[in-house]
Design a protein around this ligand. Sequence first.
Ligand code: DAH
Length: 338
Amino acid sequence: MKERLEALLNKIESFEIKAIEQTEQFRLQFLSKKGELNDLFEEFKSIPNEYKREIGQKLNVLKNKAQEKFDEANNKFSSDKLKNTKSEIELTLPSEVDFAGSRHPLAIVENEIVEIFKRLGFVYEDGPEIEDDWHNFSALNFPENHPARDMQDTFFIAEEIALRTHTSSVQVRLMENQNPPIRAIMPGRVYRNEAISARANCFFHQIEGIYIDEKVSFADLKQTLFYFVQQLFGNDINVRFRPSYFPFTEPSAEMDISCLLCKGKGCNVCKYTGWLEILGCGMIDPNVLKASNIDPEKYTGFAFGMGIERIAMLKFEVKDLRTYFSNDTRFLKQFESI
Ligand code: DAH
């Protein structure tokens, strides 16, 4: 038996593997079920016990050697094969045309806005689309008989439960669950019971922002929003703030940007005013802070909210709101490269 082991070792060692075909020959001759190693293992079963230990060890060494030699050759030739197939790739052939899909224009604008605010340290947050009266209205200081609570504007699902009419409800959820400083940007879909037209839809998208800390001022609000529109539309944009009213902010303002088309000279897009309204904002009303257990003596904050459809309309010169939701690929394909 010992001599046969020696002989097999020699055979294995001297077997030359020069090509992939010989790797297979090697495997068949030595490692397969009908191979020479297996024959020896069969014979091993019948040798006297006192030899088993020594012969068994030798057999194992031999088997490992054969396996190693096979693995090495196999790796070598299969990686050579890969290399060869690679070099056969013809790089000058035209590629297969594959429609990669595109982002929806509203998603493009939403991402861009969120990214700008992230650079200022705002974090992304979201909240539920089905809201209770408290988060959508009461905690935001809407008086009991405010017209926005009216059935004509709001889709009610049950008593005191509605589809949110604005993303300002997410502000309340954050204020209830976090301690200042809070700096967040909150995009989402909102719903209003409106007749569908080129300028209105029963659902649309908003982005809400809040910043609450000690000593946050109206100057911080103005500078943050000025930076934002310059990042979004370019450095030659002008802004103006007009006094306005929202129940949840005091003072409140609306921000206009200089018309993107006529640069302020006056055209039919800006209705010859030179300005385009793009968002509502203000200092968070102390009642709103109090409703969420934030001390208005210690903290102040600003908030803002804007419609994504409107900004996308300005950015991409979309004329009819309904095109966003009609799934017409002729419209959507125009955004492939963005
Ligand atoms: N929630 C308002 C709307 O739906 C938008 C808005 C205005 C949000 C002023 C704000 C804000 O946070 O400060 O029209």
